[in-house]
Design a binder for this molecule. Structure first.
Ligand SMILES: [Zn+2]
Length: 225
């Protein structure tokens, strides 16, 4: 069953915020902090929540920190733990916290059926087509052809972020066990990974992550600006 609006707390360790608009529309789900050392997306979503971001149409679900203990450790995964982004679709009975959490998250997306699922990441390496893998400053998709929303949002980003190295590109890079791929396969939504490059100051990365989220929500029609 879909969630009621408000703040929810999934066990183990998953805080999420659910907002409904007065007008009908699609559901968008935005999550960050699945890797604990990639902080710009976490801080972007926290800022948007503090500024009381709300949908104008449909439903907006925000998960600002997918893996709180890894975030507190500022490490990709909890020391001694698993990479949460490689634990999907998860297992409710697993001994590992990450596998149980992945399963709980899968239950959420299967109940909510978002039209758009966005995961905010960061990367140490700036994207270079000659260097595989490299992700910084890309919107990563696991399907071909890529959804048209990607190109529209990239055009807006590249109009705004014009400093050295700030250019954004699309990237096709499927990862079979990532949360995005598994969720896209399960419910047929648009699933995107956003990757800022850690070579920039944190404040600039937060600004970029916020812009991506705002442009995506606008384009999908959940928060028209
Ligand atoms: Zn990541």
């Amino acid at each position: 069953m879909p969630l009621t609006p408000g703040v929810h707390w999934f066990s183990p360790t998953l805080p999420l915020h659910v907002f409904d608009a007065d007008e009908p529309g699609p559901t968008a789900l935005v999550q960050a902090g699945i890797h604990g050392d990639e902080v710009a997306g976490v801080h972007a979503l926290q800022e948007l929540l503090e500024e009381e971001i709300r949908p104008t149409h449909g439903r907006l679900i925000v998960v600002p920190v997918m893996n709180p203990p890894a975030y507190r450790a500022r490490q990709r995964m909890v020391p001694g733990g698993l990479d949460l982004n490689r634990c999907f679709p998860g297992d409710a009975e697993a001994p590992e916290r990450e596998r149980r959490l992945a399963r709980r998250f899968m239950d959420l997306v299967e109940d909510e059926r978002p039209a758009l699922m966005v995961t905010l990441h960061e990367s140490h390496k700036r994207y270079d087509p000659a260097v595989v893998p490299s992700f910084g400053q890309t919107i990563v998709v696991g399907v071909e052809p890529r959804p048209a929303i990607v190109d529209r949002v990239l055009a807006r980003l590249n109009e705004r972020f014009t400093g050295e190295g700030e250019h954004w590109d699309p990237q096709y890079y499927p990862v079979a066990t990532s949360s995005t791929e598994v969720i896209v396969d399960a419910i047929g939504c648009v699933g995107l990974c956003i990757e800022t490059w850690m070579g920039f100051e944190e404040a600039r990365r937060i600004e970029m992550q916020r812009a991506v989220v705002e442009y995506l929500l606008d384009d999908v029609g959940v928060r028209r600006i």
